[in-house]
Design a protein around this ligand. Structure first.
Ligand code: FES
Length: 302
């Protein structure tokens, strides 16, 4: 067991060699900000190592990548990635909303999220099939609570597969793959995400059944194409927005599940990226609202 002393909090805490500094802080009741959920993508969990830098294990690949982009000196480390092998003394520079704002603004300059970036990506839309009835029969508090729980669960899966949530609207989630973290096959990541989201739903439904005698099922649509992404900041809200036909088509594909009674449909361009890797069982021809001609959609077994 090693010791971490936080000068910011005047508090001593313990950490095993398995704990990240973030985990040790949280175990000690310190609410260390971690906007990306501990995935080395936001730098909001950064710490200054004041003493004992040699007792920190070397940066892993993820941390190295971000540290290079941000130009961090050796003694600025990501709490979510750093493990220790001896005692250290730290300072926590991000402790409130204002700090968070500053750090996120710095992070805006990272190439992965710069305004106006155009890139080919996989776009995943996911909707809850029977959400409206649930929302109509439940008090507002329960609806918000359940949705938050759902987003939280699904966000973990999206992040695990190198994706990022670009937007949520009601019960719908728009996630992008191939934007921030490089991936050999963003479409495959998106398909696995849809599969694992369906898997996670079984457990989520256990909770819903117990608490509300209800269960959800979800439908997903995946497209692959060039889109424009950028950070948009209204002053009170900041998000990564995705713009382009490929996004609209992904949303229409998700919608087409209703017509074909399917769970996951993908476009022709997405199918080409996973040819031979994932079984697609059926071909559907669909006219998608707002687009011309017929589109070939493929049902993927999940
Ligand atoms: S929590 Fe985002 S980088 Fe550590």
């Amino acid at each position: 067991m090693f010791k971490i002393f936080s000068q910011t909090d005047g508090k001593m805490m313990s950490a095993t060699s398995e704990d990240t500094v973030l985990e040790a802080l949280r175990k000690a009741g310190i609410n260390q900000i971690n906007a990306c959920g501990g995935d080395a993508r936001c730098t909001t969990c950064r710490i200054y190592v004041m003493e004992g830098l040699r007792n920190c294990r070397s940066r892993n690949e993820k941390e190295m990548l971000v540290a290079e982009k941000m130009g961090f000196p050796e003694d600025i480390r990501l709490a979510c990635q750093t493990r220790i092998k001896g005692d250290i003394t730290i300072k926590r520079p991000v402790i409130d909303e204002l700090d968070l704002k500053i750090v996120l603004k710095q992070f805006d300059n990272l190439p992965g999220t710069r305004l106006g970036r155009e890139k080919e990506m996989a776009i995943l839309f996911v909707d809850i099939e029977n959400y409206t009835q649930f929302a109509e029969m439940s008090p507002a508090y329960d609806v918000v609570h359940v949705l938050n729980r759902y987003y939280q669960t699904m966000n973990e899966i999206i992040v695990q597969h190198r994706g990022i949530i670009s937007d949520v609207a009601g019960d719908g989630i728009l996630a992008l793959f191939g934007l921030i973290e490089e991936s050999e096959n963003p479409v495959l990541d998106a398909v696995y995400t849809a599969r694992d989201m369906n898997g996670a739903l079984t457990q989520f439904n256990g909770y819903l059944k117990k608490m509300f005698e209800w269960s959800f099922s979800i439908r997903s649509g995946i497209n692959f194409g060039k889109i424009i992404v950028g950070n948009f900041d209204t002053g009170t809200m900041r998000k990564i927005s995705a713009i382009g036909d490929a996004v609209n088509i992904a949303s229409r594909i998700e919608n087409a599940n209703k017509d074909f009674d399917t769970k996951l449909l993908i476009s022709q361009s997405a199918k080409q990226k996973i040819e031979g890797l994932i079984r697609h069982k059926k071909l559907h021809r669909a006219r998608l609202k707002g687009t011309s001609g017929e589109h070939l959609l493929y049902e993927v077994e999940i």
